[in-house]
Design a protein around this ligand. Structure first.
Ligand code: FES
Ligand code: FES
Length: 167
C-alpha cells in the first residue's frame, strides 16, 4: 500500500512524516517520531501502557488509527517536563516509589494527567477509576494512587490563587 504524508501536533510541535495506511498512533509515535515513552504492551487495548492524551483526554494509542487523529493535540510523556524541571506527577511518582520496572509508568502518568486536567482535586476512588485501564505488574497500585493524589496536592499549592469575581 502507498505511504502518505501525515502531520501530527505532538507536544506542541507539528511534525510531518511518511506513514502507511492502518498505522496506529502508537507505532507512529514510536517508529516515525522516536517518542518511545508510550510502550507497546498488549497492542489490543487491555493494558494501558500506550496511554497518551488526545485533546487532553487519555486514549490507548495502540487502538487509534493515525488517519483519525487529524488536528487533535497529542501529548506524550516526553512533553511533560519543563526543561530540567519535572512535572509534579513525575516528581510524585519518584517520591512515592510508584515505579519499579517503569514499563507502565508512562501510561499511568498520562492517564493521571488526563484526570488532573479535568478534575484537579480527585478523590481516591476517582483516581482508582482513572487508572483502572492501566495494568502494573510490579509496583502494586497503592503507591501509584498515593503519587497521583500527592501530585494533585502539589499542583493545587503551586496554582495561582483564583481571582474573586467582581462584586
Ligand atoms: S498496548 Fe495499548 S492498551 Fe496495551
Ligand atoms: S512499574 Fe513495572 S509494570 Fe508497573
Amino acid at each position: 500500500m502507498p505511504s502518505s504524508v501525515v502531520t501530527l501536533k505532538v507536544n506542541g510541535r507539528a511534525q510531518e512524516f511518511l506513514t502507511r495506511p492502518g498505522t496506529t498512533l502508537l507505532d507512529a509515535l514510536r517508529e516515525s517520531l522516536s517518542l518511545t515513552a508510550a510502550k507497546k504492551g498488549c497492542a489490543q487495548g487491555t493494558c494501558g501502557t500506550c496511554t497518551v492524551l488526545l485533546d487532553g483526554k487519555p486514549v490507548f494509542a495502540c487502538l487509534v488509527p493515525i488517519e483519525t487523529v487529524g488536528e487533535r493535540k497529542v501529548e506524550t510523556l516526553e512533553g511533560l517536563a519543563d526543561g530540567a524541571a519535572l512535572h509534579a506527577l513525575q516528581e510524585s511518582f519518584i517520591e512515592n516509589f510508584a515505579t519499579q520496572c517503569g514499563f507502565c509508568s508512562s501510561g499511568m502518568i498520562m492517564a493521571a494527567k488526563g484526570l488532573l486536567t479535568a478534575n484537579p482535586s480527585p478523590s481516591r476512588t476517582e483516581v482508582v477509576r482513572a487508572i483502572s485501564g492501566n495494568v502494573c505488574r510490579c509496583t502494586g497500585y497503592e503507591a501509584i494512587i498515593d503519587a497521583v493524589l500527592a501530585a494533585a496536592a502539589k499542583m493545587k499549592k503551586a496554582a495561582p490563587p483564583r481571582k474573586k469575581a467582581a462584586e
